[in-house]
Each structure stands twice: as C-alpha cells, then as structure tokens.
Write a protein that binds this ligand. Structure first.
Ligand code: AMP
Length: 395
C-alpha cells in the first residue's frame, strides 16, 4: 500500500536513484521510506521502527546510494544483519537499486568461502553487508578497513540482540569512526535496543511506522485455535485442507519440533521442507530457493530462520507453537501480507493449548486486537475437559 501523499521525487533523491526506483517498479514510497529517507539523507542518526516487508531495505539502501562516493574504492557503508539469509536478501535488493550507480557491494556472511569476499573488498567495495561473526573475522584479518565508514546500519536490531550478538556489535561499532552516521531498524524497540541506541547513536531521530503500511497487521487476518498438544498435527492437516493456502510457513518453537512436524508429514503431502539454524548454509539456501520459486508449498521454520524471509507467495502463517514472546509473534505474522505480495493480505493462525491462555492474551494486548477463534468443520481440536460419561457409568 503506497503512501498517498508523498512521491519519491519529494524525498531528496538524485535523478539516478529515482530512475533506479522507477525501474524497480516502485510507484510511491512506503510509509517507512517516506519518513526515513529524508532524515537519513540529512546525515542524522535515525531509528526506524518498521517490520521487514514494509520496504525498509530500500529505506536505508537509498540514502546509502546517495551518500557513498563511488569514486573512492574503500568501505564507506556497513549493514549488519542477524542472519545470513537477510544479508543476502539485502545484497540483492541493493544490487537491483544500484543498477545505475557505480557502487560495488559485498555480502560478508559465514558458511561461505571467505576468499571471494576478501577479493571483493580488495577490489574496492564501498558497501559491506554481513553478519557480525564474519565481519569481525574480516576485520581481524585486516581485510575489512572500518576506519573510513561513513554509515553503519543495524538491521533487525532487536533480533540481533536477542540472539546474543551484542558483544559482537559493540566490538564492531567501537572500531567505526565516531563521526559516522548510525541508522538502526527494528520491528520493536525493547529496552536493550534503546540502550544500544543511546550508547552508540548521536541524538537519534525516531520514526515509528510499525503500525501502518501494507504490512500492517490490518492486512493480516489473525485467528487462534484452542488445541491439545497431541492433536496439533491433525489440526494442522485440517487447517490446510480447509484453507488451501497458496504457500504456508509453519513456525515451531524448537529445531527438534520443526523436524518432528516434517517427519509427520513425510509421505502424506509433497512439496514440504524445513529450515533451522543447524542446517548447513547450502541446505538452508537450497530450501529457501525452492520455497521462493514455489517448488515447496509448505515450510516449517524456527523463529530465527523464518525471520526476514521475503517471499511474496506466503498466504498463511501457522504458529504450530505459540511464540515465546509477543515480539516474535509480530515478526512471524509479518511474513505474510507483504508489500511485495500480489494479494497483500494473509492469514495467521495460532495454535494455543489450554496452558497457553496467558500468552494469547499477551499477544492480543501487543497487537491491540482480539484474535478470532478459528473454526474447523467436523473436528474437535481439544478433548472435552472431563471425559464424557456413558449412560451406564455409575454416578
Ligand atoms: P523489505 O521490507 O525491504 O523486505 O521489502 C519488501 C518488498 O517490498 C521487497 O520485495 C521490495 O522490493 C518491495 N518494495 C520496497 N519498497 C517498495 C515500494 N515503495 N513499492 C513497492 N514495493 C516495494
């Protein structure tokens, strides 16, 4: 959903960048782009609260294109992300947006041969996109010179802190020039992110569009299903046959859980896969690319892996396990109803056991909306609370 009043021409972008944006087929800036780009172009530090799927990659890549000097062959902008997949996705979006710019970028993530990354750095890449571990490795080898960085972007900052990157991020930031511009993007702004921002940013402006846009929760229909743990799988089968989703992402809380659900499916339904952090990088990429091009219709994922997946065909999210915290819920359901999807609407269906009532309430408070109960025809998702008494049972 485009921002009705603002045009890309109003954001202060150069003709070259405007042409690239047009070529991408973007008609109007999304709310985060409209709010974030002019501030970022002014050189200020900015905190943007927006989810993936709201166009936030372009919100920071466009200012990078404008502020980096492509004549100078050394790193001037660094983008840090929590997952390799997200780095890869940003690198692809950056390369599409920089079609008309002489900018060179390099994607520095682990699980891949470091040599080509070093070669690209030596060739004078100006934009470095990567995960903290590999970025530190390259710094320690003396291959990545951070001393002339003008811009540092922390994408999905809340998740980076969640999965224990804080010492790494601080280590990297300490090596960056203090007069740099720092941009921080986060779907939520919990206390640790706010503290990081305070410590490493200079009087940041804050833009919060997490409540509006195409990817707002309004474009997603949200349901819950009260379910017994041992009926979850059968419930999932029922939901799938009732919904007939175009593509569905099923979230489990644990890696083992993801594999278990996958195993239960085997032989029952084709075109199913799973993804979690213990799979090799190659396997992860293979699964994602098969999901992206539609060869897989159902993907079972854990939170970290499911995050940042920008796939337009996802019509349904099923929370097979209720997420541990409400921020995870927001991230999970953000995988559907995305800006890039043709339908721009989606459904999120959350399985909740009797013991998890409080979690459901917390989610409802977080999204400020009461979730509707999902009805399944001719199937009991829960056993009755007391065993049914037979007529002949003694009283
Ligand atoms: P992101 O939130 O950056 O992951 O972007 C989600 C998707 O929306 C990507 O496929 C982008 O190419 C696309 N996108 C970004 N900005 C716009 C826009 N202004 N209009 C239409 N699509 C966009």
């Amino acid at each position: 959903m485009e921002n009705q009043t603002v045009r890309f021409e109003d954001l202060g972008l150069s003709e070259t960048t405007l042409a690239a944006v047009k070529k991408m087929g973007f008609e109007a800036p999304s709310p985060i782009q409209a709010a974030f780009v002019p501030l970022a172009l002014s050189g200020k530090d900015v905190i943007g609260q927006a989810r993936t799927g709201s166009g936030k990659t372009a919100a920071f890549v466009l200012p990078i294109l404008e502020r980096v000097d492509a004549e100078k062959g050394y790193p001037q902008a660094l983008v840090l992300t929590p997952t390799r997949e997200l780095s890869q996705q940003i690198a692809e979006e950056a390369s599409r947006l920089s079609l008309k710019h002489p900018l060179r970028s390099v994607c520095c993530v682990g699980g891949r041969n470091i040599r080509p990354q070093i070669t690209d750095l030596k060739k004078g890449a100006q934009l470095v996109i990567g995960t903290p571990g590999r970025v530190i490795d390259l710094m320690q080898r003396g291959e990545f010179d951070t001393s002339r960085l003008k811009m540092v972007v922390l994408d999905e900052a809340d998740r980076m802190l969640d999965i224990g990157f804080r010492p790494d991020i601080e280590r990297i930031l300490r090596k960056c020039p203090t007069e740099r511009q720092t941009l921080l993007l986060s779907a939520t702004l919990p206390a640790p992110v706010a503290r990081l921002a305070q410590k490493y940013m200079n009087d940041p402006e804050r833009v919060d569009v997490s409540h509006i846009g195409a990817n707002s929760q309004n474009s997603i229909t949200q349901f819950y299903v009260p379910v017994d743990q041992d009926r979850k799988f059968r419930t999932l089968i029922r939901v799938l046959s009732q919904e007939k989703p175009q593509q569905v992402l099923v979230f489990t809380r644990t890696k083992r859980g993801a594999e278990e659900v996958y195993r239960k499916f085997s032989g029952r339904l084709p075109r199913i896969g799973f993804i979690h952090g213990d799979l090799s990088q190659n396997l992860r990429e293979g699964v994602l690319s098969r999901f992206r091009d539609g060869r897989l219709r159902l993907l079972i994922a854990t939170d970290v892996m499911g995050r940042g997946i920008d796939i337009s065909g996802i019509s349904h999210i099923v929370n097979y396990d209720v997420p541990m915290d409400c921020d995870d819920y927001v991230h999970r359901i953000g995988r559907t109803g995305r800006l890039s999807s043709t339908e721009k609407i989606g459904s999120a269906i959350t399985f909740v056991t009797r013991e998890e009532g409080d979690q459901l309430t917390n989610i409802e408070i977080r999204v400020n909306k009461e979730l509707a109960r999902y009805e399944i025809r001719d199937f009991e998702t829960q056993r009755p609370r007391r065993p049914a008494r037979h007529v002949n049972d003694p009283a």
